[in-house]
Structures are given as structure tokens and as C-alpha cells.
Design a binder for this molecule. Structure first.
Ligand code: C2E
Ligand code: CA
Ligand code: CA
Length: 815
């Protein structure tokens, strides 16, 4: 309350004002009534006084009239005129003749009380007195006429009345001043003090403050007011305290809630109907790398520039707002500032934020979960090693592609690829090398096809390629597919570097073109597999298109393979021996050639079952058995006296066996257990095996030689035919493949090659054997070319051990 409010507004003044006005009005009315009453009393007394005066003048006046004594009349008039309030006197006889008269002229300046006199009475009053002498009743009387100036007569009265009025006024003014002072002291001042005390009460102060009035007012209304005020303050103070406490508790719980909201891993925000964010938690703010305080008040779009994502949220917000129900987006894509795509499950619910209806969003980061899910689904559909689609995904794609091709009539190719020498590498160099190799192969395959094609890995060393939608007729498509296959085979025949090994792998590809009438994906896969099998059977590193004839052949083959598994146990394998002789027929040694004595099919040649043994890995135990068998045979021949000093037995070593980690100990054990001499053993490895991994081959061959075993390079000229290998490989013998030998007579080129090989071999101090000598001419030609050891049907076919005679070319040399 303002201390300096105007005097007029003060209560004391107002009270005094009203009291004074009332006193004044009442005083005025009463004074006026009293004055009026006074006036009437005065008036009647005045009347009486006039009558008394007139009556006193009546006798002389009557005498004057009676006697017509003008002098007397004048004396009477003069005498009356001495009264100041008589303004005119006239004495006239019975005939109306004026005996004497006198008039006081009206003053120039009018009396100030004239108006009042006229108001309450009349200013002039005329008194007439009949002048009749006693005894002259019959005669008309004379007249004494007096005009009285009442205003003049009442002047003293007016003066008194004025004094009364002025005194009343002064009294009232003094009364007002006194009242103001009293009211101020008694009422206003303590009230003002009380008000100022009230105003200065601090409800927030911990200690309660009391209002105080001076002792004298204790039992007055002020005391009551003071008491009531204190009661009020105390109540309010208590309420304020309670309010403060509950406010503190509320703030505390609000802070705890905020802390909780900031602690949860979810992104939380509240958006109002205008799309403005009213509230956001720390996680939300951190997502935008801003302080929490910066977030509220912003439209979502100003924070998040990805319009479609904001639009999706906006649509769900509107839905929640209209239906007032919760809603959820199970997988919501929310792009981070960095451009990284995050995934959230977003829950939206209607909410009231400080009495404003909003939609509360809580977003749970499921990116990791999603990544895991994607990873799992990727894993379910992809090969973990190479990352290529696996059989499941391949089947899907093949299904789709087949359906498409049936609809649009376009032709597609399904390629079934099997690596030729993977197993040997995997077994010899370990799985980690094998795995790396598969990855590189996967790369090679992927790079060679279009993005729309599919390269899948079925497991092991089996890959499948879907070549999609070729235009043109079947022959053109076939040509295109052939082109792809040739390119693939060429690349896969190149050495592949893995962990410093130069690996030659090779592959066989089976192809089926589809759509094929009424054939589903399982049929197609089977056909491609059959064709691959066929390609492998017909000498590796090649491709074959599926033909329905193949199925029967392959089935037969597969049937045989299943029988192969028990062949070793059933002792169905046997060895035939083919002599190696010089031009005079002198024996150098024999080559051991395995045979399968099939219970129904009879003697099965190795070409028909060795590939299967290799594929199944059975070749390893079979080879070990064979080495043991050959060693035992040498011992037996020695015992029977058939064996001559210097002879050796040549044993074919399969690639898989050559790369076995325990090949050398197994070899040593098989030979020594049979009691044979390592010097009588020669191992034949093909050129392909030797160059598959040249460093490994060199070291392994060296170790074998160190044992005292001889090494022959078999089928020379058919593989990677590089003469430069000859100097690197630790070998004793080179066997020139029969294809060259058989063409010696007809083909000059073969002649040159054979001669060159023989010259180099000799330069490296190697013995050269001509394989597959079928005629005398071939023998002579080979001999001419510089070859001194021969093997072939012309000399002797492979024979069971007991059928060997040990004496050859007798007739031929003689002839
Ligand atoms: P290879 O090592 O080149 O063996 C020589 C093959 O040529 C033998 O065939 C032999 O019978 C045949 N042959 C010998 N002289 C002539 C001839 O004048 N004309 C013709 N056309 N062929 C002749 P076979 O016994 O059928 O063996 C075929 C292949 O099977 C062998 O070729 C060898 O690679 C493999 N093989 C044979 N026995 C074994 C074995 O015990 N272990 C391994 N790993 N492979 C073997
Ligand atoms: Ca051989
Ligand atoms: Ca050979």
C-alpha cells in the first residue's frame, strides 16, 4: 500500500469530512429554523412596538386633526420620523386632506439583506390608525398612516443571525480539524501501521511474523483486527509452508522423474498439435548433439531434415490425436545426422503436458537388434565363408528365375561348378588355405558375371551360377554360356596365390539351360550336377551341357561308387604290372596299375573308379593299401628269385594322397612293414599335381627322394607343359605321355617336342620313358628321338604278378 496517498483519500479526512458536512447541514437547518422562529417572534414584538408607538402618537394626532392644527400634526410626524425604521408618516383629516407628512427617500444603495426580508416578510409595511376624537363618533375619523421599513427595523436581528451562522461555521471547521486529528491518531494511523505491517509480512520467511497494535488499542476493534490478522497470517503461513513443502516434494519428484526419463535408453519427446516439440529427454537431445534446453519449442522438421521420416511420425501423431489411443511403428527408420540409418520401435500415446494435449513418443533403438536380425537372415541365406548366397537363397532365386523364364520365354543357364583339386589342397595345406582359396574362387566367379546373375556356394568346393535371361535362340544362348564357361575355366586354371602358395585348382562345370518342359528347380539342380559329373569324368577342367542320356550313365556311375566304398574291405582291388624295358627288352622295372575285381562287372579299369575314389577321399586308404601290396609283391618276387638287382616298381600317387599331411610317414610305414627296400620303389606323380602348388611339391618330392625313393613325372606334356619345371622339380624320371608317342610317326610337331623334352631331360640328368608304345615303329621313332626306356602294349600289357615272364622284345629286336 502506498504510504503517500493523498490526504483527501485518508480515512480520517473522509470521516471528518462526512461528520463536518453532516454537522454543517444539520447546524444550518437547525440554525435556519431557529433564526426563522426568532424572526417571527421579533416580527410580532415589532408589531406590538409599532402599535405602542402609534398609540402614543394617537392623541396628539387626533387633536391635530380635530383642530386642524398643522403644526401639531407636523410635530407628531416629526416625532414619529425619529424612528429610523419609519420611512413615511402621513396625517390626513376626515376628508383625506393631508395635514402633515414626511417621507425618507429610499437609500441609493440597496440594503444587502433586502432580498431576505422580502423573502420571509415584506420590506415595507403600512400601518393606518383611525383618528377619532371621543364624542365624535358620527364624524369620519382622520387617518394616521405610517410606513415601516422592516428591513431597516430587522438589521440588528440580521446581524445577530449572521453572527450565529459564522460562529456555527467556525465551530464546524474547528470540529473538522479536531476530528481529522482524532481520527488520524485513533484510527488511521494504527490502521496504516497495521496495513504496513501486513504489507511487510514475508510469507516465505521461516519464522512467523506477528502484527502489533499499541497497547491502548488492544481491546478495540483494531485489537480484534490485529488478532484476526494474526490468525490469518498464521493460517496463511502454515498453508504457505505446506505448499512449499509439497512444492519441494513435487519438484523433487519432478527432478527424479526427469532424471529417470533422462536415464532411460529410449528417445522421448512430446509433440503438440502444431508439430512443435514441447519436451525431449537427454537421449533425444544427444541424437541431435544439442543441449536438452535447445530442443523444446522447435518444430521437428527444423531438427530433422528428412521430410519423409518426419511425415511418417506426423501421420501417426495425427492418428493418436484423433483416436486418443496408443500406436506403434515396429520398425521406423530414423536417419542420424551422420547419415547413418538407425532403426527404432516407436510408441506413441496421447498425453497431457501442463494441461496441453500432446502426443508422447518413445523410440527404442533396435538398430543392433535389426542388424543381428539382418545378420541372422543374411546368415540363413548366405554362406558364412564367402558371403555368397547359399542353397536356400539360390533355390529362391532359381524358383523366381524359372518362373520368369517360363513367362517371358527367355533362356537362362544354370552352371554347377566343382573345383577339381580342392580336396588335395585342403587336406595338404590346411583348412585356412582351403578357406582362403574358396574366397578367391568366389571372387573370381563373382567378377565374371553380371550383377543380375547369382553366384552361390552350396558347400565344400561346389558353386552354382545362375546366368539370367539371355536373348536369342538356343544355339546362340549355348554359345554365350560356353563363352562364360571357357572364361571361367581359363581363370580357374591360372595359379591362385594364397598365403604365398601358388595354387592351381581347375574346375568342372555342368550346365543346364532352362526352362525345360515340366522341370522344377530340383530337376534342374540334379541335371546340372549330372552334367558336372560328366564333365569331371571326361577329364577335368572342362564343361558339359546336360543331356538326358547322361542321367543313366551317371546313375550307373553313382551306383558303382556306392559299391566302391566296401571294395577295399571285400579285398576286391588287385594290382597288375606293366614292364618298363630298354630297346633290347631288358627290364628296368614295372608300373603297378590298380584294378577292381567287380563281382558282376569283372575287371574294372582304374579310369572308371579312381576319380570317384578321389572325390570320396577313399583314394588315401586305397593308395596306402596299394603301396603295402606293391612292397609285399617285391619281397615275394625277391623270394621267388624273379626280382633282379636294380629293378624298381613304379607306383602311381594320386593328387589327394600326395598332399596328405602324413603321406611320408604312411609311405615309409607301408614299405618297411612289408620288409621292402625303398630303393626298389618309384613314385609317379602327374605334372598337374606337381605344379598345383610348386613350392610344396618341390619340398615334398625332395623329402621323398631323401628317403631313397625315385620320382617319375607322369603323363608329361599333357598338363601345364612347361619345360622350366623340369629343372625345379627333384625328379629322376620323365614319362612322355602316350599321346605324343603315338603321334611320333604321323606328327612332326610331336617329334620335335619329344626330342626337345629328351634333350632337356638329359641335360638335367633325367631318364626318359616313352609311354603307350603300341607299335614297333613307335618304339623305333622314340628310340631315334633319344629315348631308351619304353612302356606299352607293344612290349607287354599290364599283367597280374604271376603272369609276368620278365623277358621282352626278343622277337622284335631280332627282327
Ligand atoms: P598312367 O599312370 O599313365 O598309366 C598308364 C596307363 O596306360 C595304364 O592304364 C596302362 O594300361 C595304359 N597303357 C600302357 N601301355 C599302353 C599302350 O600301349 N596303349 C594304351 N592305349 N594304353 C597303354 P590303366 O591301367 O588303365 O591306368 C589308367 C590310369 O589310371 C593311369 O595312367 C593312372 O593315372 C591311373 N592309375 C592306375 N593305377 C593307379 C594306381 O594304383 N593309383 C593311382 N593313383 N592311379 C592309378
Ligand atoms: Ca603312371
Ligand atoms: Ca602315364
Amino acid at each position: 500500500m502506498s504510504e503517500v496517498f493523498k490526504v483527501k483519500q485518508r480515512l480520517a479526512f473522509r470521516l471528518a469530512k462526512y461528520s463536518v458536512v453532516m454537522a454543517f447541514v444539520i447546524g444550518l437547518v437547525l440554525t435556519t429554523a431557529q433564526v426563522l422562529d426568532d424572526f417571527h417572534v421579533q416580527d410580532s414584538q415589532f408589531d406590538k412596538t409599532i402599535h405602542k408607538i402609534l398609540n402614543a402618537s394617537k392623541p396628539p394626532a387626533t387633536r391635530a386633526v380635530h383642530t386642524l392644527d398643522h403644526t401639531l400634526a407636523k410635530e407628531v410626524v416629526f416625532g414619529l420620523m425619529q424612528y429610523s425604521f419609519i420611512s413615511e408618516v402621513k396625517i390626513s383629516d376626515e376628508l383625506g386632506e393631508v395635514l402633515a407628512s414626511q417621507v425618507v427617500p429610499d437609500p441609493v444603495k440597496k440594503s444587502s439583506t433586502l432580498w431576505l426580508t422580502e423573502k420571509i416578510s415584506s420590506a415595507h409595511k403600512t400601518y393606518t390608525l383611525d383618528l377619532q376624537a371621543p364624542g365624535f363618533v358620527d364624524i369620519a375619523p382622520g387617518k394616521l398612516q405610517v410606513v415601516v421599513n422592516k428591513d431597516q427595523a430587522f438589521q440588528p436581528f440580521f446581524e445577530r443571525a449572521l453572527t450565529i451562522f459564522v460562529a456555527g461555521l467556525v465551530r464546524n471547521v474547528l470540529l473538522a480539524i479536531c476530528l481529522i486529528a482524532i481520527f488520524h491518531v485513533v484510527l488511521t494511523k494504527p490502521l496504516a501501521r497495521l496495513a504496513s505491517q501486513f504489507a511487510s509480512v514475508d510469507l516465505n520467511a521461516s519464522k512467523e511474523v506477528k502484527l502489533q497494535v499499541p497497547e491502548v488499542h488492544k481491546d478495540t476493534e483494531l485489537g480484534l483486527l490485529n488478532h484476526a490478522g494474526n490468525e490469518f497470517i498464521s493460517t496463511v503461513h502454515n498453508l504457505v509452508n505446506e505448499l512449499r513443502e509439497s512444492h519441494q516434494a513435487l519438484s523433487k519428484s519432478e527432478a527424479r522423474l526427469a532424471q529417470l526419463i533422462n536415464q532411460v535408453p529410449q528417445l522421448i519427446m512430446a509433440i503438440n498439435k502444431d508439430g512443435d516439440i514441447l519436451f525431449a529427454n537427454r537421449q533425444f537431445a544427444e541424437f541431435y548433439q544439442r543441449p536438452v534446453a535447445d530442443i523444446s519449442g522447435n518444430a521437428l522438421l527444423t531438427l530433422h531434415p528428412y521430410i519423409e521420416e518426419v511425415a511418417e511420425l506426423e501421420s501417426i501423431r495425427r492418428c493418436v490425436e484423433v483416436h486418443q489411443t496408443e500406436a506403434e511403428i515396429s520398425d521406423f527408420t530414423w536417419t542420424h545426422k551422420s547419415g547413418k540409418t538407425m532403426h527404432y520401435t516407436v510408441q506413441a500415446a496421447p498425453f497431457e503436458y501442463f494441461s496441453e494435449p500432446v502426443v508422447l513418443f518413445a523410440a527404442t533403438d533396435i538398430s543392433e537388434q535389426k542388424m543381428v536380425q539382418d545378420h541372422i537372415s543374411h546368415m540363413a541365406n548366405h554362406d558364412s565363408l564367402t558371403g555368397l548366397p547359399n542353397r536356400t537363397l539360390l533355390n529362391d532365386r532359381l524358383e523366381l528365375s524359372l518362373a520368369n523364364s517360363q513367362r517371358n520365354g527367355k533362356c537362362n543357364g544354370l552352371l554347377f561348378i566343382d573345383l577339381d583339386h580342392f580336396k588335395t589342397i585342403n587336406d595338404s595345406l590346411g583348412h585356412s588355405v582351403g578357406d582362403q582359396l574358396l574366397k578367391k574362387v568366389a571372387d573370381i566367379l563373382t567378377k565374371q558375371v553380371r550383377a543380375s546373375d547369382t553366384v552361390a556356394r552350396l558347400g565344400g568346393d561346389e558353386f552354382v551360377i545362375l546366368l539370367q535371361s539371355f536373348d536369342g535362340d538356343e544355339t546362340e544362348v549355348t554359345k554365350d554360356i560356353e563363352h562364360v564357361c571357357e572364361k571361367l575355366l581359363e581363370l580357374l586354371a591360372e595359379p591362385i596365390e594364397v598365403k604365398q602358395h601358388q595354387l592351381r585348382i581347375g574346375a568342372s562345370i555342368g550346365i543346364v539351360q532352362y526352362p525345360l518342359a515340366d522341370k522344377g528347380i530340383d530337376d534342374l539342380m540334379r541335371f546340372a550336377d549330372t552334367a558336372m559329373y560328366h564333365a569331371k569324368e571326361s577329364g577335368r577342367n572342362g564343361y558339359a551341357f546336360y543331356h538326358h542320356n547322361m542321367t543313366a550313365a551317371v546313375e550307373k556311375q553313382q551306383n558303382m561308387e556306392s559299391q566302391l566304398h566296401s571294395a577295399l574291405e571285400r579285398e576286391e582291388f588287385c594290382v597288375h604290372y606293366q614292364p618298363l624295358v630298354d630297346v633290347r627288352g631288358e627290364v628296368f622295372g614295372f608300373e603297378a596299375l590298380i584294378r577292381w575285381q567287380h563281382p558282376e562287372r569283372g575287371l574294372v579299369p582304374p579310369i572308371e573308379f579312381i576319380p570317384s575314389l578321389e572325390v570320396s577321399g577313399m583314394i588315401v586308404p586305397v593308395s596306402n593299401w596299394l603301396i603295402g601290396e606293391c612292397s609285399r609283391q617285391i619281397v615275394e618276387w625277391k623270394k621267388s628269385g624273379f626280382w633282379r638287382e636294380g629293378w624298381y616298381l613304379s607306383i602311381n600317387i594320386s593328387p589327394l594322397q600326395f598332399y596328405q599331411a602324413d603321406m611320408i610317414p604312411a609311405l615309409k610305414e607301408a614299405i618297411t612293414q612289408a620288409g621292402a627296400d625303398v630303393k626298389n620303389i618309384c613314385l609317379e606323380i602327374t605334372e598337374t599335381v606337381a605344379v598345383e602348388n610348386i613350392e610344396f611339391a618341390v619340398s615334398r618330392l625332395q623329402k621323398i627322394r631323401d628317403l631313397g625313393i625315385k620320382i617319375a613325372l607322369d603323363d608329361f606334356g599333357t598338363g601345364y607343359s612347361s619345360l622350366s619345371y623340369l629343372k625345379d622339380l627333384p625328379i629322376d624320371i620323365v614319362k612322355i605321355d602316350r599321346s605324343f608317342v603315338q603321334e611320333l610317326a604321323a606328327n612332326c610337331k610331336s617329334q620335335c617336342i619329344v626330342e626337345a623334352v629328351i634333350n632337356i631331360a638329359k641335360a638335367y640328368n633325367l631318364r626318359v620313358i616313352a609311354e603307350g608304345v603300341e607299335t614297333k615303329e613307335q618304339l623305333i621313332m622314340a628310340n631315334k628321338a633319344g629315348c631308351h626306356v619304353f612302356q606299352g602294349f607293344y612290349i607287354e600289357r599290364p599283367q597280374p604278378p604271376n603272369s609276368l615272364c620278365g623277358s621282352y622284345l626278343k622277337d622284335s629286336v631280332e627282327s
